[in-house]
Design a protein around this ligand. Structure first.
Ligand code: GTP
Ligand code: MG
Length: 323
């Protein structure tokens, strides 16, 4: 059984979670899956033009040149080997290869990996406006629901309003927050945060950072300093570093991801605003370039609009029309 048939069977009985995915991915699906279907209807058998168009569809979905070329080559090879010329079958092979293309690039992991003793520290990084603070609130909400003690740390001391924004979320979530004075050193706030987390027996400390665009060198220095001071209180902190990428920024998101990966050890990616893009292939491009697992995706502005990234649901949402 091909992957499309498998996914249809798996998700035929709609549960709420799948629906949320499907709803959030509807713009991307319209763009990708309808083009795919349209293509297979225009051709009786596949030829080079067919593969060129297929390639174009993937690139237009922001799956990235390198991922696209690899996947198309795989499809081409399999179709030759098995003498497959039916466009519908080719499209099925394509989805199989997209699955493998993501899966083989590295680990698959969603939830924060909690330490057995002492607080787990999660550092959240990303450029301006991508959704860091909102994602932090969503993650706090998720882990509070799982019975964890969560502390927020507003190490974004750069932008006026940033501290208030996180404080408002902390109030809504009814949890504590550690803040510093405006323009104070982000590292000193981060230090105060992990210190308090130890004192209060916190399970998860989430550290918000400034999204200002800076040179690679400055970014490296700032993140390096934050890490250094935190690890004075909690060895190996941060245990997780999530990079937040805005799906609507397209290939620019890939450029950001590469830049951050060069200056810091990322353990996960969160792709936000998936609900606002028709180019959901961005997840494939980022995975291809970084190998880091996409841990969660943002599907809206509300506290519970965060879902674990699930490759099956994602491909079903992207590739299967009328689901
Ligand atoms: N539709 C949608 N909007 C989102 C999502 N995540 C965040 N947003 C919105 O994006 C905007 C920016 O979010 P913030 O959380 O303030 O982004 P930030 O990265 O903290 O921004 P800076 O602190 O200025 O760098 C807000 O209006 C959020 O509501 C999402 O998954 N979907
Ligand atoms: Mg922010």
């Amino acid at each position: 059984m091909g992957l499309i048939a498998f996914l249809k069977e798996k998700f035929a009985k709609k549960d709420k979670k799948v629906d949320k995915y499907q709803e959030g991915l509807s713009k991307s699906r319209k763009n990708f899956s309808s083009k795919l279907n349209n293509l297979s209807e225009r051709y009786k058998t596949v030829n080079q033009d067919y593969f060129d168009e297929l390639e174009q569809i993937l690139i237009e979905s922001d799956a990235g040149i390198s991922f696209t070329l690899d996947v198309i080559e795989e499809v081409l090879n399999q179709s030759k080997k098995e003498h497959i010329t039916d466009p519908k079958q080719i499209n099925e092979i394509l989805v199989d290869k997209m699955f493998v293309g993501y899966a083989e690039k590295g680990d698959i992991q969603n939830d924060v990996v909690f330490r057995k003793d002492g607080p787990t520290v999660l550092l959240v990084v990303g450029v301006n406006g991508v959704g860091k603070t909102t994602t932090i609130a969503k993650l706090a909400h998720r882990y509070l629901n799982q019975g964890k003690k969560v502390l927020l740390v507003a190490a974004d001391t750069f932008r006026a309003g940033a501290v208030e924004q996180l404080t408002t979320w902390a109030e809504r979530l009814k949890i504590n927050i550690v803040t510093g004075k405006p323009e104070s050193d982000p590292a000193s706030v981060a230090y105060d945060g992990v210190k308090k987390a130890k004192e209060d027996n916190i399970d998860l400390v989430i550290v918000d950072t400034a999204g200002r665009l800076q040179t690679k060198n400055n970014l490296m220095l700032e993140l390096g300093k934050i890490k250094r001071v935190m690890s004075k209180e909690i060895p190996d902190a941060p245990h997780e570093t999530f990079l937040i990428i805005d799906a609507t920024t397209g290939q620019n998101g890939v450029v950001q991801a590469k830049a951050f990966k060069e200056v810091t050890d990322l353990t996960g990616i969160v792709i936000t605003k998936m609900d606002g893009t028709s180019k959901g292939g961005i997840i494939l491009a980022i995975r291809d370039e970084l190998g880091v697992p996409v841990r969660f995706i943002g599907l809206g502005e509300k506290m519970d609009d965060l879902e674990e990234f699930d490759l099956d649901k994602y491909l079903y949402g992207l590739c299967v029309e009328n689901n």
